[in-house]
Design a protein around this ligand. Sequence first.
Ligand SMILES: C[S@@+](CC[C@H](N)C(=O)[O-])C[C@H]1O[C@@H](n2cnc3c(N)ncnc32)[C@H](O)[C@@H]1O
Length: 223
Amino acid sequence: MKKKIDTVESRKKIGFPDKRADWNKEQAIYDEHTLKIDGHPVMEDWETGYMEKLAQIVTLQGGDILELGYGMGISAGFIQANKAVKSHYIVECHPDVVTKAIADFREPISLSKMHILSGFWQDITPKFSNESFDGIFFDTYPLTEEEIHGNHFWFFEEAHRLLRPGGVLTYYSDEATEFSANHKIKLRTSGFHEINFEVCKVNPPADCEYWQDNTIVAPIIIK
Ligand SMILES: C[S@@+](CC[C@H](N)C(=O)[O-])C[C@H]1O[C@@H](n2cnc3c(N)ncnc32)[C@H](O)[C@@H]1O
């Protein structure tokens, strides 16, 4: 049997930008199935079914939706398709990706059904008032070694501040079958106590550098 790729080591080998801002100096390279930035496998379209599931979860209440990370815009398309969504704000840091988002969604943007905010979430989301959103979908990409398989942990407190009571948080979970104890502690210490998930079947290619399992957790976290 072929040895599984170590998805932590493979990303360490590619290396990370010295500063967060340096990520934006590298070209974003799209092909039909993938997005690569600075040699990193940022997004691949084998995730489409998973993105659809996460889009269903984040729109459970309809209303005002915040999405972090545009990537290939797969989840954005599913969120837009939901008629119960009133507003859809997307925060994306990379200038090439922002350009692609504007080209992909020209019409909904012109109708103010979608708003693209260009920048790092760390600089942008503090500008939103408390309890601004009914659903939040977090799917950025680790930009440092310590964030590999856990970049969402740094966002949990901010997500709790931004959600209305009863609002839903979901995210690319980086776990195959269940939440780790550490993951649940991070959610609880950020104020979340209604913690549920579904397990989604996926079929990544054998040479995928960031996911090697046939399932992935779809979080359903309610404030
Ligand atoms: C995995 S992709 C998002 C995939 C998307 N859900 C889709 O369906 O195609 C991650 C995106 O997050 C962006 N990103 C990384 N770090 C970010 C940050 N701190 N703030 C905002 N965007 C970030 C990357 O440039 C990339 O476009």
